[in-house]
Ligand binder design. Structure first.
Ligand code: BGC
Length: 751
């Protein structure tokens, strides 16, 4: 029996009775609650605290109604305990909402987000996030701080691993796909949780790729490149958004009224709530934007932040009550923020079902079908970058002795990648383990680590990921280990090298000024290739790396990204030909770090014939273009047709082409359509992705792909006109398997 609240009106009392409450609309329920809440309780709902370790002080704050949400609690027992405190001990029985970074899985870890984008298959992302939602939800997590929708064109930025890469069209498709996965058909759908699009906005353009540094983004870039995935997410029904850390054009995103109110609320009509990034409200002072903490709270609230995420205490709890008295913030504003948060809690069903069933949670976390999904996702995310002489798939029976070499070949943590905290590490299949399972006793597999990856700058996440670095090898050990690996390669028929980046080298606070293979990996690679044995290079990493040497000397290169729990099985299936690579790059792969930023959708400018030779000392083209990826089969695109040569604004042109599998295995191809507006009120990118479809085609089969290019695809933000325009112009169209597709045509938009 719940303790009775003091009665202020009949509705206020009845609202606390679940059976009656359910008969009211969400709006009526929120109004009833707001009527009873004190100012402190209202501010409490706007406060979210981290909880690392035992409940202690956090529990006290919950009891006093000073907290509306907690994050980083993952034990269902502790969650239930704290929820009991919130529901039974607080005056108004308002449940907590528990948030967590469920980025690419909870217990079952999927490939990292950039890998899922490389699948060019939004369904992969939907299914992955749906599994993640059910696992996280089963322990009592109601809210995922994902997906990250930041467009990233600088691979030095460590968080490039968390997004969908460089392109707004692909990014928008992946954004909408993930909301379906996390939230299901609507907020509160059984087995689903609330999702949070982040980091609003412009974080991916941090200067120099240095995490947290300021971004300077022109309005044309913001509107046409950085904001579209967020807009697509709002249209798809995202329930919450996270304001970013950094300064955007000198105004911190978390205090940025233009972003949070004018764009997000007014233009896009976003109905969910906005949470700040961790301590980002307090940081307004650090930025030199707020005078003090109280000022920071006022600026954030006025800008449009509804909930403050903080460590220890919130600026809201420090400053908002006084700000109300001083008239700097109105009660209406606070209630509007509360309303959005309470609405989410009601829609999620937290008032009716605040607790989780701990026993059932174990079944969900251990579901075998979740591992099957993770395997499929990892297979579909891998990108085959090179395959000289058709070395892959390995010819059956041709290699009796195989050397598996490299610091990432048998490392479970590195196979999983960053932003994974609740994985069952021992069940993670490394590449070595996957190959052993696949080849059984038919092939003699031997392993040598060969090199160590330098972990000179361990990330602060190491504490929570329980990362235990190997002690650094002495120069003598390093030499011996490399010799052992080379000797192993010499006496084998084939070497599979697994190189790339350790788990903590990508993600938050993991930016890099070099994209080189770190530690002695490059030396190891060259030494193994020098043995003359065929070499397959498997990359485990979160960003494009400097593989220019490998691209000339290693016959087969497979980009596996951080592939997750089932990564090793996926790689083994791909290497053996039991799965066929079909992934494509979601980012242009630079030749070297000096080319950054290098993205396919640049403008054509002076001397376009010289576009690939803009540098004195290196080509100015990428090593591998955006959208690129090989297959074990071959595809031919033909018969590009447009159903009209001329359309009026608001009309569409239908584009079709045939895709034929001319190889010998059933395989996937990603048909991609690009456009270029030849002239208009501003210069437009040389190519822009405007449609894609991943299709499976049997050998000798021809399939027709269809795309529609209309208002949505042809409209852009014109800086010259300061509005969205669809302009009369001639448009080039290309259709093919990557951003350098050659099959082309044109059409005109006429007034
Ligand atoms: C990150 C967010 C994350 C939050 C909570 C911040 O440091 O920028 O992406 O959701 O921490 O863990």
């Amino acid at each position: 029996m719940l303790p009775r609240p003091p009665l202020c009106c009949t509705l206020c009392f009845l609202i606390t009775l679940p059976s009656f409450a359910q008969s009211l609309s969400v709006d009526e329920r929120v109004t009833g609650l707001l009527k009873q809440m004190t100012l402190e309780e209202k501010i409490g709902q706007l406060s979210q605290l981290f909880m690392f370790g035992p409940p202690g002080p956090v529990e006290e704050a919950v009891t006093q109604g000073r907290v509306g949400s907690l994050l980083f609690v993952t034990d269902p027992k502790v969650i239930n305990h704290l929820q009991h405190v919130a529901v039974e001990k607080t005056r108004l029985h308002i449940p907590l909402i528990f948030g967590f970074d469920v980025i690419h899985g909870f217990r079952t870890i999927f490939p990292v987000p950039i890998a899922m984008a490389a699948s060019w298959d939004p369904d992969v992302a939907t299914r992955a996030q749906s599994v993640a939602a059910s696992e996280a939800g089963s322990v009592g997590i109601n809210w995922a701080f994902a997906p990250m929708l930041d467009i990233a064109r600088d691979p030095r930025w460590g968080r490039i691993v968390e997004g969908a890469g460089e392109d707004p069209y692909l990014g928008s498709a992946m954004a909408a796909a993930q909301v379906r996965g996390f939230q299901g058909n609507s907020i509160g759908a059984p087995g689903h949780i609330l999702s949070c699009m982040k980091h609003f906005a412009g974080y991916g353009a941090a200067e120099g790729g240095r995490d947290y540094d300021a971004s300077y983004i022109s309005e044309t870039q913001l509107r046409n490149v950085y904001l579209p995935p967020f807009h697509a997410a709002v249209e798809a029904g995202f329930g919450s958004a996270m304001s970013a850390y950094m300064d955007l054009n000198d105004v911190p995103a978390t205090g940025n009224r233009w972003l949070l109110r004018d764009v997000l609320r007014e233009e896009w009509n976003f109905k969910g709530f906005v949470v700040s990034d961790a301590d980002a409200v307090k940081s307004l002072k650090v930025h030199g934007y707020a005078k003090n903490l109280a000022d920071a709270a006022v600026l954030a609230l006025n800008a449009g932040v509804d909930m403050e995420m903080a460590i220890g205490k919130t600026a809201f709890s420090e400053g908002v009550a006084d700000a109300v008295k001083a008239g700097q913030v109105t009660l209406d504003q606070i209630e509007a923020a509360d309303r959005r948060i309470l609405e989410a809690k009601i829609r999620l069903g937290l008032f009716e079902h605040p607790y989780v069933d701990e026993a059932r949670s174990q079944q969900i976390l251990n579901a075998a079908e979740h591992r099957t999904e993770a395997l499929g996702a990892a297979e579909r995310s891998a990108v085959l970058l090179r395959n000289e002489g058709g070395l892959l798939p390995l010819q059956k029976g041709a290699y009796k002795k195989v050397a598996v070499i490299g610091p990432l070949a048998d490392s479970q943590l590195d196979t999983i990648g960053p932003w994974a905290f609740q994985q069952d590490l021992p069940e993670t299949i490394t590449v070595l383990a996957g190959l052993r399972r696949k080849f059984g006793t038919g092939v003699e597999l031997n392993y040598a680590q060969g090199a160590q990856i330098s972990r000179k700058f361990p990330s602060f996440f190491d504490d929570i990921t329980h990362f235990k670095p190997q002690p650094a090898w002495t120069p003598e050990t390093a030499r011996e280990e490399m010799e052992k690996a080379v000797a192993l390669a010499k006496k084998s028929d084939l070497a599979i090298l697994v190189l790339g980046e350790a788990q903590n080298m990508a993600g938050e606070a993991a930016s890099r000024e070099s994209l080189d293979l770190s530690g002695q990996q490059q030396q190891l690679l060259e030494a193994v290739v020098a043995t003359g044995k065929p070499v397959v290079l498997i990359l485990i990493n979160g960003r494009p790396l400097n593989i220019i040497w490998a691209s000339q000397h290693v016959p087969a290169i497979l980009e596996a990204w951080y592939p997750g729990t089932q990564g090793g099985n996926a790689v083994a299936n791909l290497v053996a030909g039991d799965a066929v690579p079909g992934g494509k790059l979601p980012i242009s792969w630079p030749r070297n770090v000096g080319q950054i930023p290098i993205n396919y959708a640049h403008n054509t400018t002076q001397a376009p014939e010289n576009q690939g030779k803009r540098y004195w000392d290196e080509e100015s083209t990428p090593l591998y273009p955006f959208g690129f990826g090989l297959s074990y089969s071959k595809f031919v695109f033909s018969n590009l047709k447009l159903n009209a040569a001329e359309i009026h604004p608001d009309q569409s042109v239908e584009v079709t082409a045939d895709v034929e599998n001319t190889g010998s295995v059933p395989a996937d191809e990603v048909a991609q359509v690009y456009i270029h507006q030849q002239y208009g009120s501003t210069s437009r990118p040389v190519r822009e992705l405007k449609g894609f479809q991943r299709i499976n085609v049997q050998p000798n089969e021809k399939k027709t792909v269809r795309f529609s290019l209309g208002k949505r695809e042809l409209t852009y933000w014109s800086t010259a006109k300061r509005e969205w325009v669809e302009e009369p112009s001639t448009f080039d169209v290309w259709l093919g398997g990557d951003s350098q597709a050659a099959l082309d045509s044109t059409f005109r938009v006429v007034p």
